[in-house]
Design a protein around this ligand. Structure first.
Ligand code: GDP
Ligand code: IMO
Ligand code: MG
Length: 431
């Protein structure tokens, strides 16, 4: 049995889409296990760029099947749009895309409640993507959610929707003073999805386990990043799911014993979209430069991403939680021309140095990052095909990261395109 899990090791947007697309060549199935259309995974080949929000990043490989697992929350409107886009590009989706009957749905009232809640939080707003993710997971755990399987039975759907919308309208009106939703209009809109979604719906846990029994490989594609995990991230400035490795098992119905590779995707610097602590953030020219050169604007919301130096305190913590067996370093090219490069190796808190990543957001907001300084490079590295092609200073930077984290590097990305990658043996950095 062999499952590889691909995980964002920071606050998301590490380049998971590119790496999953590349690794898809080696597997039978690519499966998303959590999150929803809050994700924006970018894939580039030739001059074309595609952004996927729900469909796994293996979809452009004809021989690969794609699964949207039970742990994902699905916005049927966004899903149908995405399927339409993929079809228009000439890729067949039916027979290759499988959607879990147990996955929960995002409803219009989830987005509305989220919007009202964020407005009410004012300065304490999380800065969500506005895709209704949090309220949908709340309903899932409150056991009032509506699942994909409910779409397939109009009577059940009508009954559940009516009950749910009545409750949500009461909340919207009395708690937030917001406009109520039209029950009949939503019911009409959603009953339409039953025929459209039907060809894709199946028991994906059974399908994945059968695939593994046949000796085939599965790639589990995480969304968001470990520091946005609802338990292990910078709570409350997190998403409402488990992007970390354990989420792959619960979000797909595969046993932990089936996982044999856990790849941590590490951006060579650090970014964050939305609010919350970010100790190594650079609110200066270097931060601006990283944003411009790295094109750091949200793939889902278009918001400018906050940028800063690599934070090895945070990364060592996410390596512990996920048990990374290897790292893929992305966007190394964006550091070209920056000299020196700083890298955070510890925090100062109340005049004491520490290497522990604090659990409490108040502490994380006040820690002062302490940096090691490393020389940069000026050579264009986007064409490098081997580790040895990289300037010595870039090699040192990578080795420093691997040594500090205690995890080897198996891939180095030096540009958004598939070809701009140093892969396999050629990138091997061990610790
Ligand atoms: P994801 O959410 O983790 O899949 O990442 P996003 O797609 O949101 O953001 C990553 C961005 O960086 C995308 O625009 C990618 O095309 C781009 N990208 C990925 N790898 C590299 C790289 O090595 N160098 C550069 N310059 N861009 C990259
Ligand atoms: P990918 O998969 C970066 C952030 C939001 C906000 C917080 C909660 O592309 O890496 P949510 O809408 O999930 O309730 O918002 O999480 N966030 C992301 N940041 N990349 C993402 O996904 C994100 N998905 C959510 O900005 O701070
Ligand atoms: Mg993204």
């Amino acid at each position: 049995m062999a499952v590889t899990v691909v995980i964002g090791s920071q606050w998301g947007d590490e380049g998971k889409g590119k790496i999953v697309d590349l690794l898809s060549d080696e597997v039978a199935v690519v499966a998303r296990y959590q999150g929803g259309a809050n994700a924006g995974h970018t894939i580039c080949w030739g001059d074309q760029t595609f952004i996927l929000h729900l469909v796994p990043s293996g979809i452009f490989h004809e021989g690969v099947s794609c699964v949207i697992g039970n742990g994902v929350v699905i916005d049927p409107v966004a899903l149908m749009e995405e399927i339409g886009m993929i079809r228009e590009l000439g890729y067949e989706v039916e027979g290759r895309l499988f959607i879990s009957h147990n996955a929960h749905l995002i409803m219009p009232y989830h987005k509305k409640i989220e919007q009202a809640r964020e407005q009410a939080r004012d300065a304490g707003a999380i800065g969500t993507t506005g895709r209704g993710i949090g309220p949908s997971y709340v309903d899932k755990f409150a056991r009032t959610g509506i699942r994909v399987v409910d779409l397939l039975d109009r009577d059940v759907l009508r009954r559940k929707l009516k009950a749910s919308i009545d409750e949500k309208n009461a909340i919207l009106k009395s708690v937030y003073g917001a406009e109520e939703l039209d029950v009949e209009q939503i019911i009409e809109e959603y009953v339409e999805f039953d025929k459209r979604i039907d060809p894709y719906v199946t028991d994906t846990a059974a399908y994945l386990n059968q695939t593994l029994r046949e000796g085939k490989h599965v790639l589990a594609e995480g969304a968001q990043g470990s520091l946005l995990d609802v338990d292990f991230g910078t709570y409350p400035f997190v998403t409402s799911s488990h992007p970390t490795a354990g989420g792959a098992c619960t979000g797909l119905g595969i046993p932990p014993t089936a996982v044999d590779r856990v790849i941590g995707i590490v951006k060579a610097y650090c970014t964050r979209v939305g609010n919350g602590p970010f100790p190594t953030e650079l609110e200066n020219e270097t931060g601006e430069r990283l944003r411009e050169v790295g094109a750091e604007f949200g793939a889902t919301t278009g918001r400018p991403r906050r940028c800063g130096w690599l934070d090895l305190v945070a990364l060592r913590y996410t390596a512990m939680i996920n048990g990374f067996t290897e790292l893929a370093i992305t966007k190394l090219d964006v550091l070209t021309g920056i000299d020196p490069i700083e890298i955070c190796t510890r925090y100062r808190y109340h005049d004491k140095e520490q290497t522990r990543f604090p659990a409490e957001v108040q502490t994380l907001q006040t820690v002062e990052p302490i940096f090691d300084t490393m020389p940069g490079w000026t050579e264009d590295i986007t064409g490098a095909q081997e580790f040895g092609d990289l300037p010595k200073t870039a090699q040192r930077y990578l080795q420093f990261v691997a040594d500090f984290m205690g995890v080897g590097i198996s891939m180095i990305s030096t540009g958004p395109k598939r070809s701009q990658t140093i892969n396999g043996q050629r990138s091997k950095i061990s610790v």
